[in-house]
Design a protein around this ligand. Sequence first.
Ligand code: SF4
Length: 684
Amino acid sequence: MNGYYGKILRVDLTTGTTEDMEIAPELYRKYLGGSGLAAKLFFDMGAWDTDPLGPDNPLMIMHGPLAGTTLPGCSRLEVCARSPLTGIWGESSMGGQVSPQFRATGYDGIIITGASEKPVYLYVTDEGVEIRDASHLWGKDAFETEELVTAETDKRARVMSIGQGGENMVKFAAIVNDKGSLAGRTGMGAVMGSKKLKAVAFRGKSKTPIADEEAYKAVRERCIFEIKTSITADGLHAFGSNVHMEMGMAISDVPVKNWREAQWEKGMDALSGVTVAEKIMTKTHACYGCPVACKRVVKIDAGPFAMEEGPGLEYEGAAGLGTLQRCDNLEAVSKANELTDRYGIDCISTGSTIAYATEAYERGLITKEDTGGLELGWNKPELLVKLVEMTAKREGFGDQLAEGSRALSKKYGGEEYAIHVKGLEAPMHDPRALWSMALTYGTGIRGACHVNDDNLMAELGNVSFKAVGVKGTKPQRREGKAAQTIAAQAWGQLAGSAVICLYAWWSMDGIEIFRDMVNAVTGAGYTKEELMDVGNRAWYTKRAIGNLCGARKADDMIPERILVPHLEGYTSNLAKVLFPMMSMTTRFKIRNQKIADSNKEMTRKFLLPHLFKVLTTVGKLLPWIGGTDLKKASIEELKSRFVDYDYMLEDYYRLRGFDERGIPRRDRLERLGLSDVADALEKL
Ligand code: SF4
């Protein structure tokens, strides 16, 4: 079968048995693969009733039809299960080096159930699977584990493993490969730890079956051309995802001090991708075969935060462990970030939970007795690093932080400033700057997440849904946001099903290039409309799983703090300026390579390093959109800054066909061939 092997490996760690499971061709056609197919299989297993950390929760590791090819951004996989952090559908995407080797073993995925009594790891090859003893690896961090497992299997094997975070079942534990590429969100590492599964190693030789070699070569050339001429790709290559720090701070998209402040120039200067490149970066790095190469490698030679060459800050780490803590010590934030990767915990949830705890301490809800004598506070570099370590190891107060911000705020109070949706801590993009992020967080199938859909890039003017008949909307308007979000969510599901990196996709064209990639590999001849159905089918299946796990309309609400004006400082309106600027620059393609190269050189050397100043100067010249000193703002001005979430959510419910409980209606599901899902929901 083109694009697939047609089988999934099933492993039961309780009995130590394995078997191959055949997948019917029509399931691939309807779900593509990745997290979409995983959701369908999870639903068929009726697994929504399982204890997330119990043996019956299936841990599903899935790649998609594009894995193992040399198409850019396709060396990814998805890990899915019921989440121990949120209690609903959990999934997390992982780049790095594992996916091509996984693909070459001849399996389209693995479903692991049961739990071993002693630590084990799996060694999967195209000749079979071994369950090996991992007692000697228990207690080691993910970087050490990767080296040791590679040494005792095959130097060409690629390994995904958990560190102390997963072993200790930190609710937001991650799975790690390539010393810094993580499936970070929703606690998939804790599920792995609950099964006493330390690592999975892959070594295969099977070749990805491609339907149409000529079409494949042609679309690959187009992808490479798109990336070579893309300003987005060039910015990511030069400064990593942390290229966003300058632009984000200018438009008040970067959360500061637990989302209380909107602009902090000093913190931005200290932590931006430009500063990382100048001060501590040794080289760039890429997931297998990706020409964007957005990853950073850094080194800190000496001092309290010395670290050997290792993973550098991406934007979420720089903001979550930096600005959110109001910490402007680059070395400490880099060290804290390295520890989250090494121990295998999600930097977003870690940073958010620490920030919540710091504010609760400041307000007297958490005391020194609770913290074991630690004095929590803003901008405490040594304490930040210590808290990360304590969380991963569940030491002292870290044992409480390891439960996440929802659990902590239920215990101590201050739920209004624990910034999560459905238990998943919000990533570092502020709905007050980009209103669609409110819907993205509130209705995201795994909770507050910015990479399950394309809204972020649409709001920045970088992605358009015109090709699927949906008009884009400007960043701070409520009209049209629901339709935009639904289109964005379908594209996000396609990325998770195929499986492709959104950064790479954002650097290329829209849905057409994606369709051509999938059709070249699978030969399925999808139209855009059929692909939108594939995306929506995956989305509704996951939403239904969430409903079956107990989620209702009340769970679609988002914390008030990120809907109302900031509490302190200055806030800007510059998203309104950025949107047309980005729309023009990113969609305007320079076809001549030489001119494109010099344009990129200019952008990299002069524009990106000074983007904050450029944008804020525009703001000063146009004071009516420039921004507001919140202390001096009138009541009317403040009112205009409230994100109208109620309006957007109501519109969204109508377009999605939800009932008043937030459950999809039968007709909507049946149109996508999901009558079995409708039957299950009818019983609620
Ligand atoms: S864009 Fe970055 S994260 Fe995405 S595949 Fe390429 S190197 Fe990996």
